[in-house]
Design a binder for this molecule. Structure first.
Ligand code: CMC
Length: 429
């Protein structure tokens, strides 16, 4: 049965097709509304707009459900590896043993950055934010692979995707090493994705770093939990930029910029800054919550709230558990964790947060894990970006494979001055 919705305006009725998703999500297709009626829909900040059909990730925000290609996030976080999850997101299915081996080999083959690219790091001041470096370097990376910049050639896609996923880890670690004045550490092909990253971050030429299993596992989980989240701000940016047929590297570089903001991927850094401030001020958590509720303060409880989740973010639940486990294993007692736990307890009982359905999101506890691992604060959004890479790549490709793909170009309702004539400079008041 093909459902239709009807819209009546000034006595005329328009029929609009209805699209029903796998999980019975219903969308009214208004793509021909303007040509039929002259009307557009208005949805400031897109809270109510479906921008595409997508087969990658499913979220039920009311129930707190997240699935990649149908697989529940809880199962992937417990049993999968980051590379396997990346393959699933990018290519649509869990890989066979051989496909996984080939993908891993591709990642190893491409883990070095071009030697000349090392000089690009010298162009940044010592205190440059690593997200600025990451975005610029991803775009620069594309310049070394002109053959991979042809979006219409899908034969190069697996190679381009593997290069991006692999090198982004090398770039991130190199940016960190530069910021602390240590020599850049080359990747080691025999190491898996996460230990290889930790090696590049924390080894010295004369002192190899050997991570404990629990650290590797906590980071593996963080990357899987960040790997995709359907049409969020950065992914929509990647799709938007890609819709002009910009290449994969340029599209993903713009995704890094969108992710950087504190309302999105920069929130993990902002949460720790908030907790440090509360700690330094010595004020009770209740006083801070009172300030958050006072709208004139413009203070938000960072790591709380979500556009889609009106329930506990399933990623936050897993991260909180992993945080407890890791800190216990490492014998760390982090006073910031105590403050975070108290904030959550107070907020979840408070009418302000309850009535607005504000719960901890993925960023509330992830920073405490990263601190325990020794990852410095400015690198937190970079970790989010490394995790989100497979999602961005998958969305870029999904869009490019659509035979009917068109450039993304929203409309607007103009509210500026009506037509008026130019006034010469000497006649202006
Ligand atoms: N602290 C205090 N009040 C909040 C918060 C918060 N963290 N989040 C939302 N509200 C209030 C908001 O003031 C508004 O109140 P009112 O109805 O009285 O005007 C109401 O809740 C609805 O909020 P909104 O701003 O319309 O919600 P949104 O969907 O536009 O924003 C958000 C979502 C995530 C940007 C927002 O919740 C926020 O700023 N949270 C803090 C930053 C953060 O943790 N971001 C990470 C998001 S998860 C990772 C990712 O995918 O990026």
């Amino acid at each position: 049965m093909s459902d239709k919705a009807t819209l009546t305006y000034k006595g005329k009725t328009y029929e609009l097709p209805v699209v029903i998703g796998t999980e019975n999500e219903i969308g009214i297709d208004i793509s021909n509304l303007r040509s039929a009626s002259g009307l557009i829909t208005l949805d400031d900040s897109y809270s109510n707009t479906g921008s595409c059909l997508s087969a990658i990730t499913y979220i039920d925000g009311e129930a707190g459900v997240l699935r990649y290609r149908g697989y529940p996030i809880e199962q992937l976080a417990e049993r999968s590896t980051f590379v396997e999850t990346a393959y699933l997101l990018i290519f649509g299915e869990l890989p066979s043993a051989q496909a996984l081996r080939e993908f891993r080999n591709l990642l190893s083959t491409h883990e070095f950055i071009h030697e000349d690219m090392r000089h690009n790091f010298e162009g940044f001041p010592p205190n440059a934010h690593p997200m600025a470096i990451l975005s610029a370097m991803i775009n620069a990376m594309g310049c070394y692979q002109p053959a991979l910049l042809q979006p219409e050639d899908d034969n190069n896609f697996a190679d381009a995707a593997a290069r991006l996923m692999s090198k982004v880890r090398t770039i991130a670690a190199a940016a960190y090493k530069k910021s602390i004045g240590q020599p850049m550490i080359y990747p080691r092909p025999e190491l898996q994705y996460v230990p290889n990253f930790l090696h590049m971050m924390f080894s010295m030429p004369n002192r190899p770093y050997e991570p404990v299993r629990e650290v590797v596992d906590a980071l593996r989980q963080i990357l899987i939990l960040h790997a995709d989240h359907e049409q969020n701000c950065s992914t929509s940016t990647v799709r938007m930029v890609g819709s002009s047929q910009a290449n994969l590297y340029a599209s993903v570089a713009s995704g890094v910029c969108a992710l950087w903001g504190p309302l999105h991927g920069g929130a993990n850094q902002a949460v720790i800054q908030m907790l440090l401030q509360i700690q330094a001020s010595g004020e009770p958590v209740e006083t801070f919550i009172a300030k958050v509720k006072d709208k004139s303060s413009k203070i938000r409880l960072m790591g709380f709230g979500h556009r889609v989740y009106k329930n506990y973010d399933p990623r936050a639940r897993i991260i909180k558990e992993s945080c407890d486990k890791l800190l216990a294993k490492l014998g760390i007692s982090d006073p910031l964790l105590d403050i975070a736990l108290k904030l959550e307890e107070v907020a979840l009982k408070d009418e302000y947060f309850v009535s607005r359905k504000l719960y901890p999101n993925v960023d509330f506890y992830s920073g405490i894990i990263m601190r325990a691992i020794g990852i410095p604060l400015p690198m937190f959004p970079v970790m989010f970006a490394i995790g989100r890479m497979p999602g961005w790549i998958a969305h870029w490709r999904e869009q490019h494979l659509r035979p009917d793909a068109r450039i993304h170009r929203p409309r607007q309702i103009y509210i500026g001055p009506a037509k008026r004539d130019y006034v010469p400079l000497d006649q202006r008041s």
